[in-house]
Write a protein that binds this ligand. Structure first.
Ligand code: NCD
Ligand code: ZN
Length: 346
């Protein structure tokens, strides 16, 4: 197969930022994606329905002429979040999920949750109205090795939350481990997992062997090779509960190439081409549409997008800019480290 047409894809986990960065990165997603679940970890975070409405308007205003792109908004869960505000934002159709960041787990997560008992009321309300919880699944206990933080989160935090809140729909986001894959697989229809593009490509050697490569550093950090292979199997043969959330997370180069570099890979530009390459390698091109365009929408209860996108395999490798210029400084585009012959042509 050298040409493939899919329903227009959805990115079920995306960082668009704000201001000059938003202006520059939004077209990179809107070019291929019809919709995205937009992360609320701005500074300050998007906590209330009113803040989400204002952020949605800033995103919509930044969509370039000729592009159709719908931001699907999320609220940043804090210990002070008001269940009634969440329910009203969901009922109006504005908000599609609430995001749980354990405090300190990742970029701009300081306002996240320390004491999970304090958010019980919100979670119960969400279970009652069917509003999904998107979870950054890493423990923050400094004594836990960074490569173990996802697996330990499942037992210490995720399972207890789910047991305490029956019916809560949960997305374990950007899973990076076989344990994450196995957990999602072992659960019912109210549990799903998103998988990023870059975690299908890199393992921890890519970050650390032969020199430290800051543009491959993201959270959760890429793990050993057998985890990457488990993610590939889940993405290509996952049975409907694993879908694309790129976690495309732009940071300007001077903050990535730094003594204490920021976490995040920027993949919006070349995600679809890279995914076609991966799915072809796995002899699963016929599953690409489910992963990018159908299964996520089904989990969230959205109709699939009407439009299509077409990818073609070319003799010469696809080219994309090495960096995106933004008013906040250049942002390096994820380099898969091998030639990609697939290109979005329509
Ligand atoms: C994200 C960011 O930069 O906002 N970084 C990342 O490494 N993925 C935050 C996140 O999703 O963890
Ligand atoms: Zn993210």
């Amino acid at each position: 197969m050298t040409r493939i047409t899919l329903r227009r894809p959805d990115d079920m986990h995306l960082h668009l930022r704000d201001g000059a960065m938003l202006q520059a990165v939004l077209p990179e997603s809107a070019r291929h994606f019809a919709r995205a679940i937009v992360m609320p970890n701005l500074v300050p975070p998007v906590v209330t329905g009113a803040e989400a409405a204002a952020y949605r308007d800033r995103i919509t205003a930044a969509v370039p002429e000729g592009f159709a792109f719908e931001p699907l908004m999320t609220l940043y869960l804090t210990e002070a979040t008001d269940p009634a505000d969440v329910a009203a934002a969901a009922a109006s159709g504005l908000v599609k999920a609430v995001k749980l960041y354990p405090a300190g787990a990742t970029t701009n997560s300081q306002s996240g949750v320390r004491d999970f008992d304090k958010v019980r009321g919100v979670l119960e309300r969400m279970a009652a109205i069917g509003l999904p919880l998107c979870v950054h699944g890493e423990v923050t206990d400094p004594s836990v090795d960074i490569f173990d933080r996802e697996a330990i989160f499942i037992d210490r935090v995720l399972e207890p939350i789910r047991r305490a809140t029956p019916g809560l729909r949960v997305v374990m986001e950007h899973i990076t481990t076989k344990e994450g894959v196995d957990y999602v697989r072992s659960q019912g229809d109210d549990m799903a997992g998103t998988i990023t593009t870059h975690h299908l490509i890199i393992n921890r050697n890519h970050i650390l062997a032969g020199g430290i490569r800051p543009h491959y550093y993201c959270l959760p950090v890429a793990k050993r090779e057998h985890h990457r292979l488990a993610l590939r199997a889940a993405a290509t043969r996952g049975g409907g509960r694993f879908f694309l959330g790129t976690d495309s997370a732009p940071h300007p180069d001077h903050l990535k190439e730094h003594a204490c570099g920021c976490a995040g890979c920027f993949t919006a530009t070349n995600t679809m081409a890279i995914l076609a390459h991966v799915f072809e390698e796995e002899a699963a091109l016929d599953r690409l549409e489910a992963f990018t365009s159908l299964d996520g929408a089904a989990f969230y209860g959205f109709a699939p997008n009407q439009g299509t996108i077409t990818l073609e395999k070319r003799d010469t490798p696809a080219r994309w800019p090495e960096k995106i210029d933004t008013g906040a400084g250049p942002v390096t585009v994820f380099d898969p480290g091998f030639p990609v012959h697939w290109e979005v042509v329509d």
